[in-house]
Write a protein that binds this ligand. Structure first.
Ligand SMILES: [Zn+2]
Length: 162
């Protein structure tokens, strides 16, 4: 092999080595967001990552003290209140209060339905802390009805999710 061609081959090898080195770096970079994605936050109803919706997500503690996440109140209600749901045995449900973005218990919340405010999944049950906030929210956002957790039933869930 003439010396010139040999050098070319060497250069070629070196370039392909660099290209290989770069390629082997890039999948690693891409893998970082994937590896930090914690599947424990996946919505127990629709599998969306609930931690990406900090203003809407719901934390449910099962009767045997396991933590389940939901992306939104409506996904939680589908598992807890709907006949097709699989999480009927819970000890605590914590929602995010709309105005103060702090956790409140499902039993303490006033839910406004039929408003123009959409959650991660669309129409939702928007939780607020008391009846005055519920009236304010209903008036400000064209809400249709205020309802307590104990009164939410299949018919209402299906009407809201339409
Ligand atoms: Zn969901």
């Amino acid at each position: 092999m003439p010396i010139k061609n040999f050098k070319k081959t060497l250069n070629g090898l070196f370039i392909s080595f660099l290209a290989f080195a770069c390629q082997s770096n890039s999948p690693e970079k891409k893998a970082i967001p994937n590896s930090t994605r914690d599947t424990k936050y996946d919505c127990a109803h629709c599998a969306m990552p609930a931690n990406e919706y900090p203003k809407w997500n719901v934390k449910l503690t099962t009767a045997d003290q396991k933590l389940k996440w939901f992306c939104s109140p409506r996904c939680m209600l589908m598992e807890v209140k709907h006949p097709q749901g699989k999480l009927k045995n819970f000890s605590l449900i914590q929602l995010v209060e709309y105005y103060e973005t702090r956790r409140i218990k499902a039993e303490d919340a006033f839910f406004v339905i039929g408003s123009k405010v959409l959650g991660p999944m669309g129409n939702d049950f928007v939780p607020v802390k008391d009846s005055a906030s519920a009236v304010e929210f209903k008036n400000d956002h064209e809400g249709k009805q205020i309802i307590r957790f104990k009164d939410i039933d299949t018919r209402l869930i299906e009407a809201v999710l339409k």
